[in-house]
Design a protein around this ligand. Structure first.
Ligand SMILES: Nc1ncnc2c1ncn2[C@@H]1O[C@H](COP(=O)(O)OP(=O)(O)OP(=O)(O)O)[C@@H](O)[C@H]1O
Ligand SMILES: [Mg+2]
Length: 414
């Protein structure tokens, strides 16, 4: 390392003697002067500290290049607002497994654009952070779960295998996975015409005969989960498989997945499935297996409440020296109903339209109009896979799911 990369130093006399401390940047010096070092209470001190750390307001219009909002599908928002309950629940689940007390799998449901995929990704990072093996997949209508699950399990095993002291144990699990992959039934004649054929995951292992190779998904999945969970048990961690859009799975595949999770629950194996889907998913699972509602802990996601909506809008802006007036926040909450996709969309538009460093009611109104326009809401025009209205968001036209199905914020359904 060259010394050119280091900050300039000065010699300073400190209580401990003479030493070198880095010179603060001029901006930091300015911030340090704003701290109330003589505050008579810790609350006053921290208030002044918070104020000092706020960046100086931007001069002129907010820079579109630094627009922090993230409308879209599965895009991690700058602030994951209002999801404290599911995050706490999942953290507890990880803790319980770490203490040898595996918990139920997790079902995340909610209308379109409410933040299921973002939360799945966050759960995955949390599990990876605890050194778990993780793998995710997205269900596609008309396609078996066998291959996506195989790919997810493969990813999870590849994360764990190098850490295993007995390579033959990990190789055995890979061999069971290979059998599972090879047992994929050949597509029926004429089936899937026009669809892009899906590649089998390439598993570099010798298939273990007699395990996970019956061709019956229910039997094979249970064998596969048992084999991979044993690798995690050896390492004192868990396996977390994350299934998105699970409402698209067939009745038989849901039944097989429930049966495999049931087997894990009965044996106390540390393999957890986190399944996300539209609000009808719990009913589809219960129809597939009568015990499904006791198999999963259900976290229903709804729109953000008022405080969380404000946090989602204000925190990323404040970090960049931009503020909202209370009237602008009123307008945005009223128009979006706290629907996360719309909050991000309107936040983004308001930032781009603002005339100055403070986003005002007029900017918010213009932003809402622009978003309405952008998502094609002219009268009754359909807006496929988009929320049905900026005021009553979260519903796909033709479905009955909407924010009205779920209370604000996340609630635990079981
Ligand atoms: N907690 C949150 N706070 C703020 N914004 C969020 C939050 N969760 C999600 N978002 C934003 O909402 C939008 C939709 O998120 P996501 O794609 O995860 O929804 P979804 O429920 O998976 O939708 P779909 O059912 O269509 O797949 C994204 O723009 C994302 O950045
Ligand atoms: Mg999604």
């Amino acid at each position: 390392m060259t010394t050119a990369a280091l900050p300039p130093f000065r010699t300073a006399v400190r209580h401990g003697g003479v030493g070198q401390v880095p010179l603060p940047h001029p901006d930091e010096r300015h911030a340090l002067r704003r701290i109330d070092w003589a505050a008579t209470s810790s609350a006053a001190f921290y208030r002044s500290l918070e104020a000092a750390l706020d960046p100086a307001p931007v001069s002129g219009r907010p820079d579109p290049l630094h627009n922090p909002y993230t409308p879209g599908a599965g895009r991690r928002p700058p602030e994951l607002a209002g999801r404290e309950i599911p995050l706490r629940r999942f953290d507890l689940l990880l803790d319980r497994v770490a203490h040898g007390r595996p918990d139920r799998s997790v079902l995340l449901t909610g209308p379109r654009g409410v933040g299921k995929t973002v939360l799945l990704d966050t759960f995955r990072s949390m599990a990876s952070g605890r050194m778990w093996g993780t793998g995710g997949f997205e269900t596609r209508p008309g396609h078996s779960l066998r291959r996506p699950i195989a790919t997810a399990v493969h990813t999870a095993l590849r994360e764990l295998a190098p850490r295993h002291r007995a390579p033959e144990r990990a190789d055995h699990a890979l061999g069971v996975l290979k059998s599972f992959v090879l047992a994929s039934p050949a597509p029926a004649a004429g089936a899937g015409r026009g669809a892009v054929p899906r590649r089998r995951p390439v598993v570099d292992a010798v298939a273990v005969r007699g395990q996970a190779d019956s061709g019956d998904l229910e039997t094979d999945l249970a064998d596969l989960f048992t084999a991979v969970a044993s690798v995690a048990t050896d390492l004192g961690v868990g396996i977390c498989l994350l299934a998105d859009e699970l409402h698209d799975a067939s009745h038989d595949d849901l039944s097989a997945l429930c049966a495999a999770c049931h087997r894990m629950a009965r044996s106390g194996a540390p393999l957890v499935v986190v399944a996300a889907g539209l609000p009808d998913l719990p009913r589809a699972l219960s129809t597939a297996k009568g015990y499904a509602d006791r198999l999963f802990q259900h976290l229903g996601l709804g729109p953000l409440d008022r405080a969380a909506t404000e946090h989602a809008l204000v925190a990323p802006a404040r970090a960049r020296g931009v503020a909202f007036t209370p009237e602008a926040l009123d307008e945005l909450y009223r128009a979006t109903g706290g629907h996360p996709f719309l909050v991000q969309s309107c936040g983004r538009a308001a930032w781009d339209l603002a005339e100055g460093a403070t986003i005002r009611r007029a900017d918010a109104r213009a932003a809402v109009a622009e978003v309405k326009d952008e998502i094609g809401l002219h009268g009754d025009a359909p807006a496929p896979s988009r929320p049905a209205s900026v005021a009553g968001a979260g519903r796909r036209p033709g479905t009955r799911h909407g924010p009205a199905d779920s209370p604000p914020g996340a609630h635990t359904a079981s």
